[in-house]
Design a protein around this ligand. Structure first.
Ligand SMILES: [Fe+2]
Length: 210
C-alpha cells in the first residue's frame, strides 16, 4: 500500500464535512416532539459530555448519537408515528465507515441504555420527557430477562448509560451550547482511515500491453 493510500487526504466529501452538512440542513428540523432542533439537541448532549469530563470519543458519540435520524431510510418522524426506525443502529453503522467502536458503540447502545435504565433504576423513567416515554414503548419498553445481562456484558454499556443521561437532559430551549465548529477538530482527530478497503484499479493485462 502506498503512503498516499495509507493517509488519504481529506476532501470536501470527508466525514466531518458530511456531518457538518447534515447538522446545517436536517439538523434544523424539530427534535421529535421536543422544544429544540435536532442539531441543538445533539450539540447540547456533546456540551454536557464535555462539562462532565468525558473523553473525546464519548463527546463525539454524544454529538453524533442521533445521526441515524438523518441517515436511516425510516425517519424520526416515522418513529413518532409508531415505527421503530432503529436509529441507534443505522447511525452507528453509518459512522463505522470512519470511526472506531469507542464512538460507534455508545451510539448503537443509547436506546438500549434507556430501556436498561428504565428496568433497573427506580425513578429513572419518571425523568423522561413525554416524547421519550412514547418512543420507549415503540422501542421495546423496559428491558426484561436475558436482555439485561446481554446489555451489561457490552464493554460500552457504561459509556452508553452516561451518554443516555446527557441525551435525556439535552432538551433545554434556553441552553447555549457551542456551535458545530467547536467539535470539528475533535471529530477529525477520531477519523480512522481506511475503515473500508479502498477501491483499487485492476492490474494491467500484460497480454494487452499498457
Ligand atoms: Fe437524543
Amino acid at each position: 500500500m502506498s503512503s498516499a493510500e495509507e493517509q488519504p487526504r481529506l476532501t470536501s466529501a470527508d466525514p466531518v464535512e458530511r456531518i457538518a452538512g447534515l447538522f446545517a440542513t436536517q439538523g434544523a428540523d424539530e427534535y421529535l416532539g421536543e422544544p429544540v432542533t435536532q442539531a441543538a439537541h445533539m450539540l447540547q448532549a456533546a456540551h454536557r459530555a464535555e462539562l462532565d469530563g468525558a473523553d473525546g470519543a464519548l463527546v463525539a458519540a454524544a454529538l453524533l448519537h442521533d445521526v441515524g435520524h438523518f441517515t436511516g431510510t425510516v425517519s424520526g418522524q416515522d418513529l413518532m408515528r409508531g415505527t421503530d426506525n432503529r436509529h441507534s443502529h443505522t447511525g452507528a453503522d453509518w459512522l463505522a465507515q470512519w470511526f472506531g467502536p469507542e464512538v460507534t458503540e455508545p451510539v448503537r447502545l443509547h436506546v438500549a441504555a434507556k430501556r436498561y435504565l428504565c428496568a433497573v433504576e427506580p425513578g429513572y423513567a419518571d425523568t423522561l420527557s413525554p416524547a421519550s416515554v412514547y418512543t420507549l414503548g415503540v422501542q421495546g419498553g423496559p428491558m426484561r430477562g436475558s436482555e439485561l445481562a446481554e446489555f451489561t456484558a457490552s464493554p460500552y454499556a457504561q459509556a452508553a448509560c452516561r451518554l443516555r443521561r446527557w441525551d435525556d437532559a439535552a432538551k433545554d430551549p434556553a441552553a447555549r451550547p457551542p456551535p458545530f465548529d467547536h467539535f470539528r477538530e475533535l471529530l477529525a482527530g477520531l477519523v480512522r482511515y481506511p475503515r473500508r478497503r479502498l477501491t483499487r484499479l485492476p492490474p494491467a493485462d500484460p497480454a494487452r500491453g499498457r
